[in-house]
Design a protein around this ligand. Structure first.
Ligand code: TYD
Length: 221
């Protein structure tokens, strides 16, 4: 069976990743693909427990290296239990965050050498890299403003300082510029505008997708 494809959506807090992962899922399904959606940290039994600890452990002091290794432990489980089997079964896997989150947050944000984080990512994932990584970018204040409009209580990362947010954002931009293959998508404007930018990038990468999506749409009344 033909291996599926692995698409990752990345970005700092409040850039709209999760909404856009949902939009991409609909697009890929309309193009006839079987899609598996995952999120990080989480997506497995052990990963969801690690997520709880990392995001919601109130008052717990989690040192940067501990935080990094927990993220990586969750990622190793997700790759082994979910991502690789889905790809092998021909599914397209869409992940809300992946390896670059650790480089941006634990590397640039917490101050661990980004190259070391990248090397540990390779170990945790057995060198599985996405076929396409889209980084949604928005000025840090806009992300914050969007988040303030949400009624949910803030988690450990959302409660971080403005300078942490700024380092995370700059970390993503640096990764895009350094030519590692991540693609920048401007996160400003409406959901539909960002969706169209994302889909344009996906079509660039897999031009044959466009045809199937258009045909299907054409069939609708
Ligand atoms: P989530 O609620 O999924 O936030 P978002 O909607 O912003 O994606 O929480 C995930 C949080 O974990 C997010 O603040 C980023 C952080 N994170 C890291 O710091 N390092 C990582 O490797 C990953 C995967 C996430």
């Amino acid at each position: 069976m033909k291996r599926g494809r692995f698409i990752v959506v990345e970005g700092a807090e409040g850039v709209g990743k999760t909404t856009q992962v949902g939009q991409l899922r609909l697009f890929l399904e309309a193009a006839g693909k079987r899609v598996a959606v995952t999120r990080e940290p989480g997506g497995t039994a052990v990963g969801e427990r690690i997520r709880e600890l990392l995001l919601h452990e109130r008052g717990a002091r989690i040192a940067p290296r501990t935080e990094l290794l927990l993220m990586l432990a969750a990622r190793a489980a997700l790759v082994r239990e979910v991502v690789r089997p889905a790809l092998a079964a021909g599914r397209w896997v869409l992940s809300d965050r992946y390896d670059l989150s650790s480089v941006a947050y634990q590397g640039h944000g917490r101050g661990i050498d980004p190259e070391r984080v990248a090397a540990l990512n390779a170990f945790a994932t057995g060198d599985l890299k996405p076929d396409l990584c889209l980084v949604i970018d928005l000025p840090a204040e806009e992300g914050l403003a969007r988040q303030r409009r949400s009624a949910r209580p803030l988690d450990r990362f959302e409660s971080e300082s403005a300078s942490f947010r700024e380092r995370v954002r700059r970390g993503y931009l640096e990764m895009v510029r350094s030519g590692g293959g991540a693609v920048l998508v401007a996160g400003g404007g409406s959901v539909e505008e960002v969706r169209e930018r994302m889909i344009a990038r996906v079509r660039e990468r897999w031009p044959s997708l466009e045809g199937s999506a258009m045909r299907r749409r054409g069939r609708q009344p």
